[in-house]
Design a protein around this ligand. Structure first.
Ligand code: 2AL
Length: 170
């Protein structure tokens, strides 16, 4: 899809297409539509990122809370969004060994207890085997720093999903 097609979309079409580039946050696409016309992928994602950056802390935490747990209970039951299902399956998280999955589950529970939102990682850009180590590392970060890190991962996921939709190299 080229940027001219994006700029020609009415509100409903735009939200249908871009409503899940930020996981389960169609409101962000609904707001970004007003910023058209876009000059390209970079301009489009700049507006998605700006919306997130402009949210109050409660809103930024809310965006993170809209993300499914990594390799969580939802994965085998297919209750993830199509994008998350694709990303998490491709990352091979469901292939974690029993011991790894148990450690990962324990760490994600500790993470959510400490920060109040799920551990978010752009799995397409990470080595899934390193995910438990990355989770253990981030678990020790100060909350304000971890919020910024987690939102950075949301932006990476957004970039990848936008690149897919526009048929561009991520
Ligand atoms: N909690 C998460 O990190 N979720 C996800 N990361 C991805 O790359 N896709 C997801 O669904």
């Amino acid at each position: 899809m080229d940027i001219e097609k994006v700029n020609s979309m009415d509100f409903g079409e735009f939200v249908d297409v871009f409503g899940n580039v930020i996981e389960r946050c169609p409101l962000i696409a609904a707001a970004v539509w007003s910023k058209r016309p876009f000059s390209g992928l970079g301009d489009l994602e700049k507006h998605f990122f700006a919306f997130i950056d402009g949210l109050p802390l409660s809103g930024q935490e809310g965006v993170l809370r809209c993300h499914p747990e990594l390799a969580g209970r939802q994965l085998p039951w297919g209750r993830l969004t199509a994008e998350s299902q694709r990303e998490q399956s491709a990352a091979g998280l469901q292939n974690l060994g029993a011991a790894e999955r148990l450690r990962f589950t324990e760490l994600t529970a500790q993470y959510r207890t400490r920060f109040g939102f799920p551990f978010v990682l752009a799995v397409r850009l990470s080595d899934p085997a390193a995910a438990p180590r990355e989770l253990a590392r981030r678990l020790r970060c100060p909350p304000a720093q971890e919020l910024r890190t987690a939102l950075g991962e949301v932006k990476k996921i957004c970039h990848l999903r936008l690149a897919d939709l526009l048929g561009e190299q991520p």
